[in-house]
Design a binder for this molecule. Structure first.
Ligand SMILES: Cc1cc2nc3c(=O)[nH]c(=O)nc-3n(C[C@H](O)[C@H](O)[C@H](O)COP(=O)(O)OP(=O)(O)OC[C@H]3O[C@@H](n4cnc5c(N)ncnc54)[C@H](O)[C@@H]3O)c2cc1C
Length: 431
């Protein structure tokens, strides 16, 4: 059977921590007419719908989600909103591009912050900064380089040793870290649900409504199991599943990554994770693990697979092992929830954005960090559709150009080679 949307093996742990979702509209019956149909209620789809609704207050926008809001990647992620383009600061020789990226991310963060405040979205919005930590010699060298660049642009940060980290986070696993203030931590399922639940009135959100096909025409016909939407414009905001509709196939791949969340730990065990009630850490190494202390729970995200979600038992063992390595003295390494999520990866890290045919638009290519990025890209796509112009939009049209990826079998071979290299590096890490 042709898979046109993600079907996950297990529910998102974050979403399970919330009250069961009350779906207002499940499925569509008959034929509906709308000016705009948006496919996918993740950060991009919700943002594009919101902005279209503002710019076209007399038009109807139908937003179609195959699952329920909070069960897609938007509610499966680690909840880091980093608004400083560290990678660019580290690697870019083009200071102008780094400046533009910074403006882009900070504008996106401010917009989300404003929406969270305006609608009172209870998502644990916590501007507590984050650690970038190294477990390998190479990672440590990269951190030093990053610290130098942060210093050169006057950005604030704190360099930490293994002993500092043991003191603060209760783990001696890492060789060093840099703490940076430009990060907000959230409960991602609560954030995406809150954003969806506060959409303008002229957006009709249909959950449990997978789009099976889009028949191109005037109007376009969006086909779902029970009904159809006839729309002048269709926006594909369905992450790496754009390719299933023949869009951006040679520009992105689907990777799955995995996360686990412990049960609520007894107070003395939660204390072993450090005195702060919440903290977040991202890896200095590509393909390393992201970790968080979330009140009395610990979260870990690690591992990747290409195109296919792995068996959760295998994933569960890997996550438990990664947790044990970081906290060998913890009495239990059980995880209450384990889940996977799909992300869209492009070869050069640029997202996919823009018109893909008459009345057809696409946005994807989060490259593993899309809460801010895909939200703002969605907003800018709506503004592009409305014919607006801005510095951000112009930069986006210039920058969002993912490079070509060869077809199978070269594609699979390339991914395997790249993963082997990084996994070997990560596996060398010893506490
Ligand atoms: C484990 C994990 C950890 C991550 N950690 C972070 C992090 O800390 N910070 C960060 O910024 N990002 C993180 N990410 C990435 C982040 O989740 C994504 O960048 C973000 O969700 C992408 O937004 P999107 O709107 O493009 O796609 P999505 O959020 O995936 O939304 C697309 C939606 O389209 C729906 N859909 C797909 N096909 C169809 C169809 N045929 N019909 C109808 N609906 C369809 C899907 O169900 C989905 O809900 C992480 C991802 C994972 C998996």
């Amino acid at each position: 059977m042709r898979v046109i949307s993600p079907v996950y093996g297990r529910p998102s742990g974050w979403n399970r921590l919330l009250a069961p979702r009350v779906v207002v509209t499940a499925g569509l019956s008959g034929i509906r007419k709308a000016r705009f149909a948006v496919i996918g209620a993740g950060y991009a789809g919700i943002a594009v719908s919101r902005r279209l609704a503002e710019l076209f207050p007399d038009e109807r926008i139908v937003l179609l989600e195959s699952s329920t809001v909070g069960e897609g990647a938007a509610g499966r992620n680690s909840g880091f909103l980093i608004d400083q383009p560290y990678a660019k600061i580290q690697a870019s020789k083009d200071a102008k591009e780094a400046e533009w990226q910074k403006l882009f991310l900070q504008t996106g963060r401010k917009w989300l912050e404003e929406l969270v405040g305006r609608h009172g979205i209870d998502c644990g919005w916590n501007p507590c900064g984050n650690y970038k930590a190294a477990m390998t010699e190479q990672g440590e060298a990269e951190l030093k380089e990053l610290a130098g660049r942060l210093k050169s642009v006057g950005a604030s940060f704190e360099a930490l040793s293994r002993a500092d980290l043991a003191d603060r986070l209760g783990t001696s696993f890492y060789r060093a870290a840099v703490w940076m203030p430009n990060c907000i931590l959230v409960q991602p399922a609560a954030l995406v649900r809150g954003l969806a639940d506060n959409l303008p009135q002229n957006v009709i959100l249909a959950e449990e409504t997978p789009v099976l096909d889009v028949r191109r025409g005037k109007p376009h016909t969006v086909v779902t199991p029970q009904g159809e939407v006839e729309a002048d414009m269709v926006i594909f905001a369905n992450n790496s599943f754009l390719g299933r509709f023949g869009i951006a196939r040679s520009r992105q791949i689907t990777m799955y990554t995995y996360a686990g969340l412990t049960p609520a730990l007894p107070a003395e065990d939660a204390d072993r994770l450090g005195a702060a009630s919440d903290w977040g850490m991202v890896p200095a190494e590509r393909m390393g693990a992201t970790t968080r202390k979330v009140g009395d729970r610990y979260m870990i995200r690690t591992g990747f697979s290409y195109e296919r979600e792995l068996d959760n038992a295998e994933v569960e063992a890997a996550l438990r092992n990664a947790y044990r390595k970081r906290y060998p003295d913890m009495p239990s390494h059980e995880l209450e929830y384990v889940w996977g999520g799909a992300v869209s990866i492009t070869r050069n890290g640029a997202p996919f954005f823009g018109e893909v045919g008459p009345g057809l638009y696409g946005v994807s290519g989060c490259n593993g960090s899309g809460i801010i990025k895909m939200s703002l890209l969605g907003k800018l796509l709506a503004e592009h559709i409305a014919g607006q112009d801005s510095t951000l939009l112009r930069g986006c049209l210039e920058w969002a150009k993912p490079s070509w990826i060869p077809p199978e079998p070269l594609r699979r071979i390339g991914v395997a080679m790249s993963m082997r290299k990084h996994i070997r590096l990560v596996a060398q890490a010893r506490p």
